[in-house]
Structures are given as structure tokens and as C-alpha cells.
Design a protein around this ligand. Structure first.
Ligand code: SAM
Length: 468
């Protein structure tokens, strides 16, 4: 962007439509302007923050007119927290926009013939739908402009979510509408207990402090896992905290802690201590049990995960005699979910602990026709692997947001499985991969699924069939 444009304010910009990543677009002097935290139909003044020769980015600094489609956000933290960016848009429109994103990405990026994109499968629950939340303790609570301007002294310890793009600022959460059960109560009680007992909240910048992070996981079967991360090994205070949680919340079925003095909050490489209850929780789907350990991935909207898996299974059109590859299998949930309808299912996944869970989940459900392998997809899925296993009739692939590595796409083209079911949480990378697969495949069905109401995220399932 020319230096002149930076910080320039464009007045009376009409926000026309939603673009990707939840941003909206308007046009100014023939250029696209991307704006965050607005809604189609808003008329705003926009301060330009960034831009290239063909587009600009900016933030709304003044609203002349609000879109008639806006609704009142229900959460007091809306706008600061960044967790539910679309609460100001009614749910029907959220669904319309999400479906439109899929259409746009396939038209703009895949540029291949596509069938009519099915209406998005909405989530039956639009609040309290998440089964996992991750809260951070901080001694640097985010203060509102009013608080700063008041000149008063405020409590600076906080337990809540990161402010977008500010790694050390935490918004203190009083009520979060994303997770039900005892989640809000556990978080608020633990904060209160820590403040009363003058336990230290983590100093993210200097990496010191006792209380670092709190993870709460719930299941549709009513179980709750709570994991407390401590930033220091304090043998007096740790049992104090854990005993408080154990006594106050008998509904916690799995109470764990971990001492993490590393530079980051991830604990996949650390040992967790089970303080009370079991070291796992169990989710259930069509009578199948899925054991979820503290380090295991499980789709975060359990009810909607079931809908998503049913779409994937329908798109696979299994008759019972197929060999299915489930790529990026995680804890083998899809693999085990479709196993009854296939001859054999082979799951591949990067995380070894997840593969251990996948095997365990087959075992506890009496499923004997699954095989699981751990490793990087592009390395595992090679000529040797293909030579040593039956060729797939159906490939189900569910990669992370970045999509599939080019080597994996090339291997799928060599494998020539009659059907590929591509599940994705990022239609842009999915459309990119589909463009490559179009060399041999045609797109037969497209079904968006809403896993995350109140956010711009959209899950999408595509059925591809080998061209004759
Ligand atoms: C979107 S999740 C899918 C999980 C699973 N299908 C489910 O529904 O629970 C993507 C998975 O891909 C795995 N993954 C990411 N990169 C990988 C790679 N290069 N090779 C193999 N697996 C990878 C992640 O660990 C994660 O479990």
C-alpha cells in the first residue's frame, strides 16, 4: 500500500458481504476493502491498517448505519473476547454466510464444476455446544477503556481467554456461553479460591507464577475432566488447589494436573498426574464408546460431530466389502464409526498417543477390522505402504486447516480409489486440494456442516468420484 493510505479514513463505506475468515468487504475506488467486526449492510468509516495494490484492510472507527440484520449479542464479553465473533448476526444468516463461503471458495479457488452446494446442516445447539475450553490465568487482566480512564485501581489477576493478537492480555470471563455443565462454576470458583488464598496467577511475559492454565472437558454422557496446569512446582499449594476442586465439585469424574515450566502451554510431552477419578472421560455415539484422554483430540461439538460423521459415512456409500483408508484419523473416531460397514479400515495419524487411543477405542468396542499407524502422512502413505496393504476402495480424509501436503495429494491421485470423502474445517485449502484432485476426480456432492455457531468457521464435506 502506498504509505499515504495507511491510517487514512475512508468514510461512508457500505459493507457489502462476508468474505473468508469472518471479514467483510466493501469497495473503495475500485479496490476491495476487508473490514473486521462489521456486518453486511453496515455503513461505516474505516481506518486503513494494511493494504496491497489490489486490496486494503481496515477497522471500523465509526458507524453511520447499522445493518438491519444485526441482533443484540447475548454475551457481555462480546467484542473483547474474540471467541464468538458472529453473535451480532442472527443464526439463520450465519448459516447462509457459511454456506456462501463454501460456494465462493470453490468458485474462486477450485475452479472446477461443482454440484449445487447443499444447505448447511445447522447445529441444534447454538449456545453451550463446546465440550472443551481452555482458560488462561494471568496477572495482566485486560482493562476496558472506561476502567483505564477512571484512574481507579483494579484487580489485575484474571482467568479467561486471550485477547486476539495480544498474547499476554487476558479477558476475565464471568460467564461463557460456549460450554455448559459445571464449566462456568468451576472456573469462577477456582478464581475466587486463588484470590482468597493469594495464590499467584501466571505472569505470561516473565513466565513465573503458580496457576497457569485450566482446561475443562465435558461429555454428552455427563462426565467432566478438569486439568490444572501449574507454572511452578509448589508442593504445598498444588494439593490445596486440587483438594479444593475435588471437594467442591464431586461431579468432576477426571481431575488431573500437570506442572509445566516450559515456554509454552502445550503439555503433550509432559506427564499428567491423575489427582482424583479416572485418567479419561468417555464420549458415546451410536452405542460406541470413545475414550478421551487429556492429550487426545475429540471434535469439540460432540452432537454436531455425530451429524458430521453421518454425512461422511453417507458420502462413503459403504456396502460392507470395502477397504477404507481414514487419513488424519486422530483418535480413530471416524475409522471406528464406519468400521461396521466396511471390510477393513486403516487409519493414519501423526500423533502417537492419538493412535494408541484409536486402537484402544477399537478394542473397547469389540471392533476387529481396523489397523492404525502413526506418522507423518506424506511419509507413511508411500509405495511400500500401498504394497503392504490392500488398495483402498474409499478414502476418507480429514486434514488440519492447512489441508493436505502436495505429496499426499499426489499419492491419492496415484491410488485412484473410486471414492474420496474429503472432510475439512477450511474450505479454502480444501478447494485448493480439490483443484489438484480434479485431474482424475469429479465433485459429486458438497455438504457444509456448522460445528461452531457464533463463529465464522465452517466444516465442509465433499464427495469425489473417480472419472471414468
Ligand atoms: C481435523 S483433525 C481430524 C481428526 C479426526 N478425523 C476426528 O474427526 O476426530 C486432523 C488430524 O490430523 C493430524 N495431523 C496433522 N498433520 C498431520 C500429518 N502431517 N500427518 C498425519 N496426521 C496429521 C492431527 O494430529 C489431527 O489429529
Amino acid at each position: 500500500m502506498s504509505r499515504k493510505m495507511k491510517n487514512k479514513v475512508i468514510t461512508n463505506l457500505l459493507i457489502e458481504r462476508i468474505a473468508s475468515e469472518g471479514k467483510c468487504v466493501g469497495h473503495h475506488e475500485g479496490k476491495v476493502v476487508f473490514v473486521s467486526n462489521v456486518a453486511p449492510g453496515d455503513l461505516v468509516d474505516v481506518r486503513i491498517t494494511r493494504g496491497k495494490s489490489s486490496f486494503m484492510e481496515g477497522e471500523a472507527v465509526n458507524f453511520h448505519e447499522y445493518s438491519k440484520d444485526r441482533i443484540e449479542p447475548f454475551c457481555s464479553h462480546f467484542g473483547v473476547c474474540g471467541g464468538c465473533k458472529w453473535q451480532h448476526i442472527n443464526y439463520d444468516l450465519q448459516k447462509t454466510y457459511k454456506r456462501q463461503q463454501v460456494v465462493d471458495q470453490f468458485q474462486r479457488i477450485a475452479k472446477v464444476p461443482i454440484p449445487e452446494v447443499a444447505p448447511i446442516l445447522g447445529s441444534s445447539e447454538t449456545k453451550y455446544y463446546r465440550n472443551k475450553l481452555d482458560f488462561t490465568f494471568s496477572n495482566s487482566r485486560w482493562l476496558t477503556r472506561e476502567e483505564i480512564n477512571s484512574g481507579e485501581e483494579f484487580e489485575r489477576n484474571a482467568l479467561g481467554f486471550h485477547i486476539p493478537k495480544m498474547f499476554d492480555k487476558i479477558v476475565d470471563i464471568e460467564h461463557c456461553y460456549l460450554q455448559g455443565g459445571i464449566s462456568n462454576d468451576v472456573r469462577n470458583s477456582l478464581r475466587e479460591f486463588a484470590l482468597t488464598n493469594q495464590l499467584s496467577f501466571y505472569d505470561i511475559r516473565n513466565q513465573v507464577g503458580l496457576l497457569r492454565n485450566l482446561i475443562i472437558r465435558t461429555t454428552s454422557t455427563g462426565q467432566t475432566m478438569v486439568i490444572v496446569q501449574f507454572g511452578e512446582n509448589d508442593p504445598e499449594s498444588i494439593p490445596l488447589v486440587m483438594e479444593f476442586l475435588k471437594t467442591k465439585f464431586p461431579k468432576i469424574t477426571s481431575l488431573l494436573y500437570v506442572i509445566n515450566t516450559k515456554g509454552n502451554e502445550t503439555f503433550h510431552d509432559l506427564e499428567l498426574v491423575t489427582y482424583a477419578g479416572l485418567p479419561y472421560i468417555e464420549e458415546e455415539m451410536e452405542g460406541l464408546k470413545f475414550r478421551v484422554g487429556p492429550k487426545s483430540f475429540y471434535q469439540t461439538n460432540s452432537k454436531q460431530a455425530y451429524e458430521l460423521y453421518k454425512v461422511a459415512r453417507d458420502f462413503a456409500e459403504l456396502k460392507g466389502d470395502e477397504v477404507v483408508y481414514d487419513l488424519y484419523t486422530g483418535t480413530g473416531t471416524i475409522a471406528n464409526f464406519v468400521a461396521k460397514k466396511a471390510k477393513q479400515v486403516i487409519g493414519v495419524e501423526y500423533v502417537e498417543a492419538a493412535i494408541e487411543d484409536a486402537k484402544l477405542n477399537s478394542k473397547i468396542n469389540g471392533i476387529e477390522n481396523t489397523l492404525f499407524y502413526a506418522g507423518d502422512m506424506k511419509d507413511i502413505l508411500n509405495e511400500d505402504f500401498i504394497a503392504n496393504h490392500a488398495k483402498p476402495d474409499v478414502i476418507i480424509t480429514d486434514p488440519p486447516r492447512a489441508g493436505m501436503h502436495q505429496d499426499v495429494v499426489n499419492m491419492l491421485l496415484r491410488l485412484e480409489a473410486p471414492t474420496i470423502v474429503y472432510v475439512s474445517c477450511n474450505p479454502a485449502t480444501q478447494a485448493r486440494d480439490v483443484a489438484f484432485l480434479a485431474e482424475k476426480y469429479q465433485v459429486e456432492r458438497i455438504q457444509p456442516v456448522d460445528m461452531f455457531p457464533q463463529t465464522y468457521h465452517v466444516e465442509n464435506v465433499v464427495r469425489l468420484t473417480l472419472k471414468s
